[in-house]
Design a protein. Structure first.
Lengths: 190, 190
């Protein structure tokens, strides 16, 4: 039996990303975001939504650039804090002992300690409601070499990523491997 | 040491959702999508990107409505198939023995067998490149009653959801609980 929960943002697991920007004074800043995901293969693009009230929102509008920093579960506490505190009040890089590195291709900092980084140039800004969605073109992906397997393919098992569950507002690790995409469903094609 | 992987859609874990639509003849259809996520809290909205070449793309444009069906890991093979086969060629509902149910609030079918369903009305259409992003307002969330805990809060552990890893093109279960959001990071606020 299904129960109706009404108009709610209860969508199961979402990724948790940290968005990196420089503020007006050139100070590196970060915030956590879970309204986020891939949105196009060619050009490769991600979408991340921020409330207009956030300090990072204005930085993206100004600089037309941001990084996506994908945290390992070791940093779940720091990531959570980056979604609680505002860059208006705190230097989150310094407070969390993260090292800001200037991106190679865009004007935005990334977190050296994180395993997977996307350098993004702003492509579209969509005003939806409480949140503004920023679509960014991925100009470069940077991954820790230790995470790469054969043919430089990123191995999910080694990132030790985690996801967020809206509603319950809880974090879970990405767990066991269950199969190869565009492959395990082929049994139904017979 | 970080290795540059260039302009690629390597973003770590993404959700895997099934999009439900009616085609021009009123036949229920589904397809899997991983370029997807939440994008606004108020109104509650999701974004899902489809290639123009897909059969479902036209159905969303025509009907301005779709469902999001969130699969349990039990259905990872069926979900994978729903991303391989086209509704142009196959009645995927019949082939996968899924039961199509007409949504209450929008003109789109959902999969009775799936644990979590979102009924969405199309709000924005953004042409990005290979993919078109559809932003839909969630008009209703339907969850299996057995998944709900206290205060009707959806319990992630019980959905047994899985995620997709682009690049490696692999599926992983959502795994162990690691903490409460907007809470475990507060130790840094002291």
């Amino acid at each position: 039996m299904k129960k109706s929960l009404g108009a709610n943002i209860i969508v199961g697991a979402t990724p948790v990303w940290i968005v990196g920007t420089y503020d007006n004074a050139g100070k590196p800043n970060i915030m956590a975001a879970a309204w986020a995901g891939a949105c196009c293969s060619e050009p490769p693009c991600v979408a991340v939504s921020l409330r207009k009230a956030t300090y990072s929102h204005n930085s993206i509008v100004q600089n037309k650039a941001f990084t996506i920093n994908i945290p390992a579960a070791d940093y779940v506490r720091e990531t959570d804090y980056a979604g609680i505190a505002s860059g208006k009040d705190v230097d989150k890089f310094a407070h969390l002992k993260f090292t800001p590195i200037k991106s190679d291709l865009v004007y935005a900092p990334y977190i050296q300690e994180f395993p997977l980084i996307l350098e993004c140039r702003l492509l579209h800004t969509i005003e939806i409601g409480l949140h503004t969605q920023f679509i960014g073109v991925i100009l470069d992906v940077k991954a820790e070499e230790s995470l790469l397997g054969e043919k430089q393919i990123l191995q999910m098992e080694k990132i030790d990523q985690f996801v967020f569950c809206p509603g319950a507002r809880t974090y879970y690790k990405v767990g066991d491997y269950i199969g190869k995409a565009f492959s395990i469903g082929r049994e139904f094609a017979k």
